[in-house]
Design a protein. Structure first.
Length: 525
């Protein structure tokens, strides 16, 4: 068990972007450049605080604040580092991209210079609410934080305020608000039962509930898990609760799309796993159901992605599929399964954010996003082309990119646990992902430039502030793929948190599965 220590770091991680957002709303309308500086400082401050939290947790400490209402263990630390990292890169990307939408640029969506204050303000509050969800130790406040992130992100989805954006924002808020209400029922049910056992407010704390979850009545555990899976699963884009996702990802500003797919879905998966894994030791069928739901999700996502002509919608459906792989790892329930699920969660956050940013660069330069209208852009946009291919191969699980390492771990974990049916389906779906993403890459970047592009001298590579986040994400995808030990310690520490809540499905004689995985990777290389 980690050693709890009172610290201001969890409050800083949540408060810095929140304060930055408040100041942007108050001062951004008077000074145009101030809102961008405040946004950069807000995300940079959140990243620094998150890294410090991660260092503390790896050393065996658990920073807490406000009477243990905020609690950071290695699992929380992994999520807040991912959220703040992608947030900082998305903010840097926004500097030029969002200003470009103000001009008469021929983009699918445009806005006005005055509305950028609202964009950066809501962006900071969105990031703050996600950080709050990852650091909350109060099961009711966990729901509140996830719901708050729905409201802030919903306003960003509808940001452009045209017909398509408003329709996507309405659908997003309506479906998620209704869906997440089920998670409130689950959280209240867990709290009410836990309070009867623990007494008083201790029943609110997740760190306390995990010790007594085995004493819950069977029907209570099953009903609470069902509510939690439906509620947080809707937010995570788990099938069949995913219909909001393609519209929201497609119509939101591209930096917001990268945050939605890269980290918001992961925060919802975190909330689901943090709550339902309370019941793993005493109620194994819950993990089995999570595994089946994960496999169903990855199949549905890939099938829908095949039929898309819109580049951003295709990437959105691909995100549904990859969330299925993450849920598959947690559903396997072994130490290696949990480790692999977290590994794929991190890898997908990096690779899918990269793909959405690369798609945004294409839209920035061409004003188009339909695959049937694009072609041959590698001649004019070589850096974007390279980054898109890196992201596509990483998501598809092709070596030597990071997605290969996590999918290998998932399939090894499934085989060790005897879930060969899930391994076979997952492998087949991964091949479909490869075909879908490579077809999109080939269509957009290879072949001949459309006649309209051949005559357009202005079609060129995106600005440096758009390219830098993409290049950094590409480097991370390659480095982690070639040297997965770089992230082994934080991932193993995060997996051990879930492992202390759940019990291994396999016997103790099977040993440390995460170490077995690392040995297998060494042999492979």
């Amino acid at each position: 068990m980690p050693i709890e220590s009172t610290s201001i770091l969890p409050l800083l991680a949540v408060g810095i972007p929140g304060i930055a957002g408040t100041l942007i709303f108050a001062l951004g309308r008077f000074t145009v450049w101030l809102r961008e500086i405040l946004a950069l400082l807000g995300t940079l401050g959140a990243l620094v605080a998150s890294i410090l939290i991660g260092i503390h947790t790896v050393k065996g400490y658990a920073p807490t604040a406000v009477g243990r209402q905020f609690y950071a263990d290695p699992l929380s630390a992994l999520l807040v580092v991912l959220v703040s990292l992608i947030a900082l890169l998305a903010t840097v990307y926004s500097l030029k991209y969002m200003r470009h939408t103000v001009a008469d640029s021929g983009l699918p969506h445009t806005t006005t210079i005055g509305r950028l204050t609202a964009y950066y303000g809501w962006l900071m509050l969105f990031i703050s609410t996600m950080m709050w969800a990852c650091l909350s130790n109060n099961i009711i406040m966990l729901y509140v934080a996830v719901e708050a992130s729905t409201i802030t992100s919903g306003l960003l989805v509808a940001f452009y305020w045209d017909k398509r954006s408003l329709e996507a924002g309405y659908k997003y808020l309506m479906l998620l608000t209704v869906g997440i209400t089920f998670s409130l029922f689950g959280c209240v049910l867990v709290y009410a039962t836990g309070a009867n056992i623990l007494g008083g407010s201790r029943g609110l704390l997740l760190s306390e509930l995990k010790a007594v979850a085995s004493q819950f009545p069977t029907m209570t555990a099953i009903l609470a898990s069902a509510f939690l899976i439906v509620g947080f699963g809707t937010k995570a884009g788990v099938a069949p609760f995913h219909p909001w996702l393609p519209d929201a990802h497609a119509e939101a500003p591209t930096p917001v799309s990268a945050l939605l797919s890269g980290v918001m879905l992961k925060v919802a998966i975190y909330a689901m796993v943090r709550t339902i894994s309370l019941f793993y030791p005493s109620f194994p069928p819950i993990a089995t159901f999570a595994l089946a739901l994960g496999v169903f999700t990855l199949v549905i996502g890939d099938i829908m992605a095949v039929a898309q002509d819109d580049l951003k919608r295709m990437l959105a459906y691909s995100s549904v599929s990859q969330i299925g792989y993450v849920l598959m790892g947690f559903g396997i329930g072994t130490q290696l399964g949990i480790y692999a699920g977290l590994f794929h969660l991190a890898n997908h956050a990096l690779a899918k954010a990269l793909l959405f940013l690369a798609a945004g660069a294409v839209i920035y330069s061409s004003g188009l996003r339909r695959l049937s209208e694009l072609g041959g852009l590698a001649k004019r946009m070589p850096v974007t082309s390279f980054c898109f291919f890196v992201g596509a191969l990483a998501v598809a699980g092709v070596p030597p990119f990071n997605g290969f390492q996590s999918k290998l771990a998932l399939f090894v974990a499934g085989g060790n646990a005897g879930n060969w049916w899930a391994v076979v389906i997952g492998t087949g779906a991964s091949l479909v992902t490869l075909l879908v993403l490579l077809k999109a890459a080939k269509t957009v970047f290879w072949g001949q430039l459309p006649t309209a592009f051949e005559k357009t001298i202005a079609l060129k590579e995106a600005p440096l502030s758009v390219l830098i986040p993409m290049v950094l994400l590409s480097i991370l995808c390659i480095v982690i793929g070639v040297y997965p030990k770089a992230v082994y310690i934080p991932l193993k520490s995060a997996a051990s948190v879930v492992q202390t809540i759940s019990s291994p499905v396999t016997s103790v004689a099977s040993g440390d599965r995460a170490d077995v995985h690392m040995g297998a990777l060494e042999k492979h290389r």
